[in-house]
Design a protein around this ligand. Structure first.
Ligand SMILES: [Fe+2]
Ligand SMILES: [Fe+2]
Length: 495
């Protein structure tokens, strides 16, 4: 007969001492969060916990701003992508931290108020870092480590049972920010030479002093109170809206190959269309470059706006990397393809942030159309019998459905109605797509037809003969969409 262990006194020797206390049958007490001694002796007050959370929230908000602000003007593609991810992590976690503060009965919450002037100074300096190397050192050797320290201290100091939601949020934040740190350390190792580090020694020492003046990022230490002078941030930081690319990106005004005309042609086989699909994905580098400008110029929005727009920004960075994967897997050296930046350049320098957002929404709304949108691209990928392409387009489509909704949630109410938002997007699009001839006349590009050599290389890698008719493909963007409908020809630019 099975004995009911819950009924035998011997099975639950709870004990009366915090050191000998145990649960039923030896189970850990307190669901394993703490030993009884730890639980009885550890903890921050609600006020102390809120103070730490507010500093963390403020710091992630500042770091989000730094990452976003530097995406457009960051020439190095890999860092542009990494900043997109790191901004996304900051946006997600700062929202969770703010929500936790609001649960802790400390109104007014003061989430918009700086917890310490020296902390602001510290982040201002990193935001204003005049070089990639200085930015990397500031972010990944000072800011992120300080946030990690603060998270680790909350995890150790707070009572895991009493303040469990805080404990949990900080632990989850820690996991992702440790990834950020690890990438950052790697980036510093790859890109910061010893001489440059020496040259920046004095500056980074001031970063340390700024943190010390604030009692460290979390305020746990005694603030030194020192008034540290500004170094790089004597003039207020100004966001640079002009996209920059690294040396692998050549001929950045080239719009000599119309990807959509080939993609939508009914008499073209799926294989060459795949090249265009992956090219279009990689070209999406310009979407984070553009969305960063919207976020940088609209700082007065609710936190949900920041969170979802940053999520979308990161998705678009992922789309670019999906294209990179696709091209590499096809044996194509993507640096031979001019990945133009004319879209982000045009939007960022010629349109208001509201027009940019309306245009983005208009494009993504159009991508929901079955015949010319994301479903069509997915079907092309399926028809190609290339599982990688099918998977990429499957997720790309899923993301775009979310993006159309984000636009509907945020820009449509701001403008008034869907019809007005789409009309503004159409109008804005017309403004930026009339420069094809101008760039050629100004000598910025010849709009060279790069298609034949890329198509030939892909065929060679695939072990197939190129189709002479496709080798002769020579349709440019010269006459594409200067007054037509963005929605009808959503492919003019994908987002
Ligand atoms: Fe999108
Ligand atoms: Fe996209």
């Amino acid at each position: 007969m099975v004995q009911d262990r819950t009924q035998t006194g011997k099975q639950h020797p709870s004990g009366t001492s915090v050191d000998s206390y145990a649960g039923f049958g030896g189970l850990p007490p307190l669901v394993g969060l703490h030993s009884m001694r730890e639980a009885a002796t550890t903890g921050l007050t609600v006020g102390e916990s809120v103070a730490r959370l507010k500093r963390l929230h403020w710091s992630l908000k500042k770091m989000h701003r730094i990452f976003v602000s530097r995406i457009t003007s960051m020439p190095i593609y890999e860092l542009k992508m990494a900043f997109s991810l790191h901004a996304y992590y900051c946006a997600e976690h700062l929202g969770e931290l703010a929500a936790r503060v609001r649960e802790l009965r400390q109104p007014p919450y003061g989430l918009e108020v700086s917890p310490h002037a020296s902390l602001d100074l510290f982040f201002d300096e990193i935001l204003a870092a005049p070089s990639t190397e200085a930015l990397l050192l500031g972010l990944y050797e000072y800011a992120i480590p300080a946030v990690l320290r603060a998270l680790e201290r909350v995890i150790v100091d707070t009572n895991r049972l009493f303040d469990h939601p805080t404990y949990r949020i900080c632990r989850l934040t820690l996991v992702e920010l440790q990834d950020v740190q690890s990438y950052g350390t790697n980036a510093v190792g790859c890109l910061v030479e010893e001489g440059t580090r020496r040259d920046l020694q004095e500056w980074v020492a001031t970063l340390d002093r700024m943190l010390a003046a604030a009692g460290d990022l979390d305020g746990k230490k005694e603030p030194t109170g020192e008034e540290v002078a500004r170094h790089f941030s004597t003039l207020p930081y100004k966001y640079d809206p002009v996209p920059k690319r690294d040396v692998r990106f050549k001929d950045s005004y080239n719009m000599g190959v119309n990807a959509e005309a080939l993609l939508f042609a009914s008499d073209v086989a799926p294989f060459p269309k795949l090249i265009m699909l992956f090219y279009k994905r990689l070209r999406e580098i310009d979407v984070p470059e553009m969305m960063a400008s919207i976020l940088s110029e609209t700082s007065d929005k609710p936190s949900g706006y920041c969170r979802y727009m940053t999520r979308q920004l990161w998705d678009e960075a992922r789309h670019a990397m999906m294209g990179e994967i696709g091209l590499v897997a096809m044996g194509i050296d993507w640096t031979d393809i001019p990945i133009d930046f004319t879209w982000s350049l045009g939007l960022n320098t010629m349109l208001t942030s509201k027009e940019r957002h309306a245009l983005l929404y208009t494009v993504e709304h159009g991508l929901m159309q079955k015949k010319t949108g994301k479903q069509y691209e997915w079907k092309v990928a399926l028809a190609s019998a290339n599982p990688l392409a099918a998977m990429i387009q499957d997720y790309d489509w899923a993301d775009e459905v979310l993006h159309a909704r984000i636009g509907k949630d945020w820009i449509v109410p701001e403008i008034g109605s869907q019809a007005e938002a789409l009309a503004l997007g159409e109008k804005a699009s017309s403004k930026i797509l009339a420069n094809w001839r101008k760039w050629k006349e100004e000598g910025l590009t010849e709009h060279r037809n790069w298609w034949p050599e890329i198509y030939r290389a892909a065929c060679q890698h695939q072990g197939i003969e190129p189709d002479p008719k496709l080798l002769a493909y020579n349709t440019t963007y010269e006459n594409a969409r200067t007054d037509g409908s963005v929605r009808e020809t959503a492919g003019v630019r994908g987002a």
